[in-house]
Each structure stands twice: as C-alpha cells, then as structure tokens.
Ligand binder design. Structure first.
Ligand code: FDA
Length: 405
C-alpha cells in the first residue's frame, strides 16, 4: 500500500454533522484538513433527519435540554456557537426554513439543503474529502502525530477529530469506532444505549395494546435523571402513539432517553387536568351514564374501553362510590406501565452515553491527557432532547474543535 503523507493539520474522522462542521471551521481558519469516512456520501443521517426536512436547531437552547454524566459540560460549546450562529449560516446560504413547534427550525424544502451547505463550506475551505475509505487502524506515534491507515492509503496529521457518531442506524454506516478509539487512547466510555427510541412491551401487555395500534393521545411523562445534586425531573407533554410492539410518539421518544431497563413509566393521560375533580364532576352532571361513557369524555374511545374494562364496574356512575372513581382518576393521572425494552439501535435516533466528558475539555473537546485528540458530536456523552438539540450539539462541538486545531 502506498503511504500518502498529505501533511494535514487535522484529520477529521466522519463526514456527518459534527465532522463537516469541524472540518469547515478548521479549514476556514487556514488549517489543512482532511475528512475520512467509510460511507460513499457525506451527511447521510442529516438527509433522513426531521422526516427529510432536518430539524437543524432549536432556538430555545440550553444545557438543561441535554443528558450527560456532567450536565454542565455542553454549556461552553453551546454558548460559543449558538443556534443563532447556525441559523445565520443557513440564511447566508439562502436556505428557506420555518419554525414548526416552539423553537424547532426545519428546512422548507429538504435536508439536502443543509448537507449541500456544509459541503460548500468545506469546499470553500479546501477540505480534502475522502469518502468510501475504510479505516483499518488509527495510532499516535512517538512524536505525537496521528496516523490513520485506510484501505486507500495512510494519512498523517498533528490533530485528530473523531466525529464518527454513535451506534444508531447501523444500515447508514454507524459503528462504535469513536468508542473504540476513546478506549484505545485511555478515555472512559459511558455505557452506550439506544435513545429517542420506541419502547417495547412483553406479550401480556402487547395483547391489550395491539388493538390500540395507531391510536395517538396527548400525555405527560415525568422523567428523572442524575443523582445527588445532579438529580432533576422533567415532564414531557406531547403525543404518544400505540404501535404493534409497544409505544412511540414524541413523548415516548423523549422518555426513552431517560428510561433504564426494569424501570416503570408513569404516564399522565390527562395532562393539565385535575382528574379526581373531573370524574366527580361528570358523576354529578351525568349520574345515569356508565363508566365507559364517562371515560369516553376523557380519552379516545378505544382507550376508554381498555380502561373501563380494567378499572370500572358495570352500572351507572350514581351507583359507584366516589372512592372507585377517584381511584380510576389516579390511574388516568399516573398510568403505570412496565416497558420490556426498546426497539434498539435499528430505530433509535441517537445513542446516549459515549465518550466520558470527564476526560475532555468542555471548551474545545480535546482529550485532557492526549494532546491533539478531539471527540465531537454524538460520540460524546451528551444527548439532546428531540427537537433539533442533537444537531446543535454536533454543530457546536464540531465548531469548538475546528477552532482549536
Ligand atoms: P453522524 O452519525 O451524523 O456522522 C457520523 C459519520 O461517521 C457518518 O458519516 C458515518 O458514515 C461515519 N462513520 C461511522 N463509523 C465509521 C467508521 N468506522 N469509519 C469511517 N467512518 C465512519 N437530530 C436533530 O437535531 N434533529 C433532527 O431532525 C434529527 N432527526 C433524526 C432522524 C433520524 C432518523 C436519526 C437516525 C437521527 C436524527 N437526529 C436528529 C440525530 C442526528 O442525526 C445526530 O445526532 C447527528 O447526526 C450526530 O452527528 P455526528 O456527526 O456526531 O454523527
């Protein structure tokens, strides 16, 4: 194999969101940059994101919308390259966009606009783009230079930016390379797991859930993260959808990032409603109605049937003790379900966990004990909520590393 010594300042592994941003930033600062990716095209995940329209950022951005072993870690990079900065880039490229839900910005036309924009930025910075290169080995020599061996040559640089993402969607080329390299260079890796992913249930639950497949209901789900002084609770109010294998929809995807195997999920089927008072009001106003009629006033019909069968006796509301009705109201406000697992990396939008932030500088993503090694994007133990947060983390962390090399 012919060794190519391109004499780069930085090699970026991964031509995804974070890698392209890092490469363009470093290139525009006058660095000679090479991007190496095994995929035949750059930014493949960007192309499928946001239903093809790429929810590229969120104007309501703060570290509290991210999960990480260190909840403060994301602050510095997010503050130094903000959602407004990325939006300004989008506008400079005259890409039409719109705000969908509060703060969530999407392309009007297609996610392709974002990929093309990043590739134009890289081309303007004369970034050497090496796609379809299989990485065979990565090492650091005695002089501190990084050596990347691929099936098409060996490349060297003083800096290495690892932007190969997480494990979600293996069919798009996701691999654990970033985690492997982190370990190789002495960094710890927080156990990775699928996140922003539908939840699955055991056979017993699936039996009653299956007839509900396709049904959507607005819910509130309280999620807890961290321990000690890092402990916090967040409530996601959004849609939940029954599937053939369990539950999905935005509220469930958000909750999945916090869910640990064996944990129960408490689902508020009437968010913002005082369920106890509401059922007693209905009893007072319509005493001759049955339990199903009452529940149908509160829930979609098919779900009301499941609830009526499980929790209410036959007969008129007038004949039901208040305690029975308030017990049902309690169920409506905190419906406890026990997920079996998740749909896994095949369906997960992101991977939670990853390179432990303890070993990285929050300012520029460089490994504290390995000069010239940078970890950015989804590879790092920083996982955003649904709604454009993960891309913003990719832009911000990529930009931070790109500026530093
Ligand atoms: P990313 O995965 O983008 O890039 C990694 C790159 O490394 C890829 O090009 C890959 O080919 C390459 N690579 C991996 N292993 C390699 C190896 N061994 N050798 C060489 N190259 C290798 N987020 C958001 O904010 N808004 C949204 O709308 C969406 N929507 C969305 C939809 C779907 C279906 C998914 C799966 C994900 C999203 N996301 C999202 C999440 C978002 O796509 C994700 O967080 C970012 O793409 C992460 O950017 P990275 O650059 O870190 O990794």
């Amino acid at each position: 194999m012919k060794a190519q010594t391109a004499g780069c300042d930085a090699i970026v592994l991964g031509a995804g969101a974070a890698g392209l941003m890092a490469a363009a930033t470093a290139g525009q600062a006058g660095r000679r940059v090479m991007v190496v990716d095994h995929a035949p095209h750059a930014g493949r995940k960007i192309l499928i994101s946001g239903g093809g329209r790429c929810n590229f950022t969120n104007m309501d951005m703060g570290a509290s919308q991210f999960l990480s072993g260190n909840p403060h870690f994301a602050k510095s990079a997010l503050a130094r390259y903000t959602a407004a900065d990325f939006l300004a880039l989008v506008q400079r490229h005259r890409i039409p966009w719109h705000e969908k839900a509060a703060g969530q910005l999407f392309c009007d036309r297609s996610a392709r606009d974002i990929v093309d924009m990043l590739l134009r930025e890289c081309a303007a910075a004369q970034v050497d783009m090496r796609l379809s290169h299989r990485i065979i080995d990565v090492a650091r020599d005695g002089g501190g230079e990084y050596r990347v061996e691929t099936d098409q040559g060996v490349f060297r640089a003083r800096n290495l930016i690892v932007a190969t993402g997480g494990l979600s969607i293996p069919k798009l080329g996701a691999t654990g390379l970033a985690h492997d390299l982190a370990r190789r260079f002495g960094l710890r890796v927080v156990a990775p797991a699928p996140a922003l992913v539908p939840l699955t249930f055991g056979a017993q639950d699936r039996e009653w859930m299956e007839p509900l497949a396709g049904l959507s209901v607005n819910v509130g789900i309280a999620c807890r993260s961290g321990t000690g002084r890092h402990a916090r609770e967040v409530i996601f109010r959004d849609g939940m959808v029954f599937t053939h294998r369990g539950l999905s929809g935005p509220a469930i995807l958000q909750a999945s990032s916090y869910w640990q195997p064996g944990q129960a999920l408490d689902i508020d089927l009437l968010p913002g409603v005082e369920a106890g008072r509401r059922v007693l009001d209905i009893k007072r106003d319509r005493p001759r109605a049955g339990g199903l009629a009452m529940l149908s006033m509160l829930l979609p019909q098919r779900l009301a049937q499941v609830f009526a069968q499980a929790y209410l006796p036959e007969g008129q509301l007038a004949g039901m003790p208040d305690a029975v009705l308030t017990a049902v109201a309690h169920q409506l406000g905190a419906w406890r379900l026990n997920p079996h697992g998740t749909e896994g990396y095949v369906k997960a939008e992101v991977t939670r966990g990853g390179v432990d932030t303890d070993g990285l500088s929050s300012r520029d993503m460089e490994a504290r004990d390995v000069p010239g090694l940078f970890m950015v994007g989804e590879a790092v133990d920083v996982t955003g909520w649904l709604g454009g947060y993960n891309f913003q983390w990719a832009w911000s962390s990529g930009h931070a590393a790109g500026q530093a090399v």
